[in-house]
Design a protein around this ligand. Structure first.
Ligand SMILES: *[C@@H]1O[C@H](CO)[C@@H](O)[C@H](O)[C@H]1NC(C)=O
Ligand SMILES: *[C@@H]1O[C@H](CO)[C@@H](O)[C@H](O)[C@H]1NC(C)=O
Ligand SMILES: *[C@@H]1O[C@H](CO)[C@@H](O)[C@H](O)[C@H]1NC(C)=O
Length: 405
């Protein structure tokens, strides 16, 4: 605990420094107005130990894959693991029951995960197709499970088998501890082309649809499908969403999430628009959006439609981006080994070490097999890069002007 304190103090982010600068000015003003007979020494100097560090958050990760992905999910989980967080793993219906069982067995076999009880594997696969409604249903199902089973967490993060963290969890937890818990990191843009291009994606029968005998498909009855006041948004399928926003989406006391879900279920590529459209059509939540998905990606050039596979040549740019995650990386690509070695300091088959790991380093044995408090964190240089990215995103020139436009 003590060690964590010392370690965290070493890398106070700018955000915090500016807050303490404000406090300092405030205190100086106060002491200036004090009567001159007051000679308390502590009123003129700030003892940094008296400024409490903000509480560390917790993340709820949803990691999903398909047939043949269990090896990658296992490596991803080892790289991402931290006792503070929750992890829900999911293999879709394409994967065999045997593969799902193997993944569940792995999660049970790790003494650390058993000890902290923070890894779950979904027993039944959902049918997941990238365009269909089922991908959204699967994500919402996962969020509902995490809300019910994992009691306390602050942000939900979805990742797939071709994602990888590029900094230790200690760094991410450290920087996020300074952020308001209601921020939603969701990359989005207003979808101007939707009327022409995307309206007619036929799938399910609904009174708002009609059947075209000629083409054998269902089409939207223009006016009834979506109130004209809604504006559609699209963006990255990778999100870091606040618990409060997701409770709003799942518990459904407001009709907005449900109305839009029915609409998306019938027509659109849901993971790249559903949360974006819900968050931006609500007057409170639109003010909580940060227009970034916290992933480093490189797009094909042209036509900029698909992210390219990241390789070792992207390493330096990837690190400089300050993003906590990278997408997408092919299985066993050598960039993964370099990330493990240089950024995560993780050996093959072991956890990414952090302040919670108390065993000796450099031995064959995983230093995290001997563990201490989950509150002990030891941020590395990566936290500085994330801090810089977050400070840019929350900069007053950037933040409000990029919300839901
Ligand atoms: C959202 O932000 C805008 C602009 O900063 C402000 O005018 C508006 O009142 C805010 N809405 C809510 C619900 O906080
Ligand atoms: C990216 O990697 C995958 C293997 O994971 C491969 O199937 C695909 O062809 C690669 N894409 C490109 C553009 O090289
Ligand atoms: C990745 O490595 C594992 C273990 O070395 C191997 O079994 C697997 O076939 C490899 N996958 C690919 C796509 O090369």
């Amino acid at each position: 605990m003590k060690r964590a304190h010392i370690n965290r103090k070493r890398s106070f982010p700018i955000i915090f420094v500016s807050i303490s600068a404000a406090i300092l000015i405030f205190i100086l003003i106060l002491s200036h107005h004090k009567p001159s007979n007051s000679s308390s020494p502590s009123s003129n100097s700030i003892n940094p130990d008296s400024l409490a560090l903000p509480d560390l958050p917790r993340f709820a990760y949803f990691i999903s894959g398909t047939s043949g992905d269990s090896r990658r999910l296992k490596r991803l989980l080892q790289a991402l693991y931290h006792p503070r967080n929750y992890y829900l793993l999911h293999l879709d219906l394409e994967a065999s029951e045997a593969e799902r069982l193997e993944l569940a067995k792995y999660a049970k076999s790790e003494a650390v995960m058993r000890g902290f009880k923070n890894v779950m594997v979904m027993g039944k696969g959902n049918l997941v197709t990238p365009k269909g409604p089922t991908m959204m249903a699967s994500t919402l199902h996962a969020i509902a499970i995490l809300l019910k089973q994992a009691k306390r967490w602050d942000w939900f993060v979805n990742l797939g088998a071709s994602d990888y963290p590029i900094m230790p969890q200690d760094d991410i937890l450290h920087i996020f501890s300074y952020l308001p818990r209601d921020l939603n990191f969701i990359e989005h843009t207003s979808d101007f082309g939707w009327k022409e291009n995307q309206r007619a994606k036929p799938i399910i029968i609904d009174p708002g649809l009609y059947h075209s005998k000629k083409s054998g498909v269902f089409w939207a009855k223009e006016k009834r499908s979506l109130p004209a006041s809604f504006k559609l948004f699209t963006g990255s399928a990778w999100v870091v969403l606040s618990r409060s926003f997701l409770e709003f989406c799942i518990w459904g006391w407001d009709n907005l999430p449900r109305t839009l879900l029915m609409y998306y279920t019938n027509f659109l590529s849901s993971p790249e628009g559903y949360f974006h459209t819900v968050v931006c059509n609500h007057k409170h939540y639109q003010n909580t959006t940060v227009n970034h998905d916290l992933h480093y990606m490189k797009w094909d050039d042209p036509p900029k439609e698909h992210p390219t596979n990241l390789t070792i040549e992207h390493f330096d740019n990837m690190v400089q981006s300050g993003a906590p995650f990278a997408h997408k990386i092919a299985e066993n690509d050598s960039i993964l080994d370099r990330i493990d070695r240089e950024l995560l300091k993780r050996s093959n088959g072991q956890f990414t070490p952090g302040g919670w790991c108390l065993g000796s380093y450099g031995l064959k044995k995983d230093p995290c097999m001997v563990y201490g408090s989950a509150d002990a964190i030891r941020p590395s240089l990566s936290s500085k890069r994330l801090e810089k990215l977050v400070a840019q995103l929350l900069d007053s020139d950037n933040f409000r002007s990029k919300q839901c436009k």
